[in-house]
Ligand binder design. Structure first.
Ligand code: HEC
Length: 123
């Protein structure tokens, strides 16, 4: 009896339609507070604090990344982005302007990685 109820409610759950409006990404607010200044409101690397920086803050709308922080032979994996954000640019031989943000904690950094990916524009 109980188990058939469970199966039924599970089936109902699985059949539920996806929500129409996307909720704001969890990393968005933190991005706006901490990263937008350099990386820009749309992630284009055109924030005021990054102007003239050499190299420029990464343009997230392009979706191309430089560092292979976890040394697996592939740049721009989630783990690479996570490590660059956590440990900063200098840890991977890059710009000191890209500061380490480890104090945010792993969960917040993972949310930032997801948010950065959402800034990539389909081409
Ligand atoms: C003071 C300016 C500045 C701020 C603030 C800043 N960044 Fe950056 N960021 C840079 C620069 C400059 C680079 C390019 C580093 C390089 O190529 O050596 C960069 C690069 C990156 C990269 C590219 C890594 C790769 O492999 O290409 C990521 C991801 C990134 N930043 C995420 C963030 C996040 C998330 C925040 C906010 C928590 C942030 N940045 C805040 C300046 C900044």
């Amino acid at each position: 009896m109980i188990s058939s109820l469970l199966v039924f409610s599970l089936a109902a759950l699985l059949a539920a339609p996806a929500p129409a409006a996307e909720p704001p990404a969890p990393g968005q607010q933190r991005y706006q507070q901490l990263c937008e200044n350099c990386h820009g409101p749309e992630g284009k690397g055109d924030g005021p604090a990054g102007l003239g920086a050499q190299p420029m803050p990464r343009d997230f709308s392009v979706g191309l990344f430089k560092f292979d922080a976890d040394s697996d032979g592939r740049t721009g994996s989630d783990e690479d982005l996570f490590l660059v954000i956590r440990d900063g640019g200098m840890a991977v031989g890059g710009s000191p302007l890209m500061a380490p943000w480890g104090q945010l904690g792993d969960d917040s950094i993972r949310e930032l990685v997801v948010y950065i990916r959402s800034l990539e524009r389909a081409r």
